[in-house]
Design a protein. Sequence first.
Length: 187
Amino acid sequence: MATKIRLMRLGKIRTPQYRIVISDSRNKRDGQYIEAIGQYRPKEDPSFILVNSERAQYWLSVGAQPSEPVLALLKLTGDWQQFKGIPAENRVKLAEPKQSRGSRAELAAARVSELAVAQERLKAEKKRAKKTDDEAGAKSKATKEAPAKEKAPREAAASKASVTADTVPDKTVSDKAVPDKTADGQG
């Protein structure tokens, strides 16, 4: 009997999952099979590949022919090279282990506390910046007022001089009488 190692499709329309199976070459793709030796889920990141290496080696030694996709998977797992007598290693990428709910909650709490500390630091920096701005503003006002205080006696003396100049009658004004205009227009 001519046996093949091929993929048997399972899963929903857009989420394919495959079993790596040993079947008679005359059977349908998803039909009857002799033995399932692995699984392949291409939609996962990284793709999930699981092959029972011992059973794959047995079926390859008996003469089962792998299909092209299965041959690529066997090369990734190193089973094809092992069958050919070439030293090889398993190059399948493993997914990171999922964290338990408790550890996820602890991580979330740690992140929240880090954010709170960062916010407190920002508030403290803003207060420091505001203090330095206020101090700088007070210094600039003081420097503006200091020259103003020095100018104040000079300005006061100048204003007194102008007041006395206004009160002293101006002799340049002519002695001619200027007629006053009355409400009735006679003058």
